[in-house]
Design a protein around this ligand. Sequence first.
Ligand code: SD4
Length: 345
Amino acid sequence: MKPINRRGFIHLSSFGLTSFTLPGFINKSVLINKKPIVVSTWDAGLNANLAAWKVLSTGGTALDAVEQGVMVTENEINCCVGLGANPDRDGHVTLDASIMDHQFNCGSVAFLERIKHPISVARRVMEKTPHVMLVGSGAQQFAISEGFSLEKDELSKDAKNAYENWLKKSTYKPIYNVERQSEIPKNDAAYNAPHKLSNGEWNHDTIGMIALDAQGNLSGSCTTSGAGFKMRGRLGDSPIIGAGLYVDNEVGAVVATGQGEDVIRVAGSSAVVEFMRQGKSPKEACKLVIERIRRIKKEKAKDIQVCFIAINNKGEYGAYALHNGFNYAVHSEKGNELLESEFLD
Ligand code: SD4
């Protein structure tokens, strides 16, 4: 056993140590072995969770889990996330991603083009630079210097079709799953199957993931192509720490999806963490911030979707959405399942 000083005591306490046999000495038998859990947004989360679970179930860190988990989704060709996703209105795919660990270390990239794994570039920003955020050509330059390859600037088949369709009208109207929900009769099975819109377009563009590992540490990640057909240069909430993602190991981890502008407005993920700090459950905390967004947006709230998922440091999780149609995937010892989120209206 190794003596530790007072500073070490505080540090190690936050890693899940509950008590000590003698002052200043660690009793390894009291190391908390937390039950790992990973929660991610939308149905793509099911696959992503499998990769994250491989890490968590073999004693790996939540940080590795949330990176490797969302890389699965970034890898999918013809997917709503990563290089196969919908482009901006000029026809280029621009990607945003962020990652945060249990010690307030965080990194993000935004407006990144032609790089397959923005989440890993975000992690390198966190670990290898004195900065939190790199954008645009600077982020791309950094990625290349770190050995990431520059992919072709070309659209996937689905994205090309969607873009050609969009060009016919060229109106910017983010849809997520709200428009589709209102189009489908409530008794239709498709009402609760938010995969694609009836016109074949994706109804979301993001995967967010939060995890608790066996050491009791939380981490989170988020990666997105942003809103399809957005203005060139537009950033959403996903690369903004505190908006699209926030982790405070003493409290919980939160990630957002949906209309990024309205998540940024309320510093959404950070706000959910603050409600959990006040003792609210993950679901209640998510709901309070969703209600705040609805109050702010008034009647315009019907045109947007915003959703949060949260885990607290006990491993309890929850989610809440503004409207119907949001689902999220949870993997624990009990298995991997897709759950329908509760919603305001
Ligand atoms: C954004 N929040 O860029 C992202 C979009 C999203 O499912 O979550 N889409 O605003």
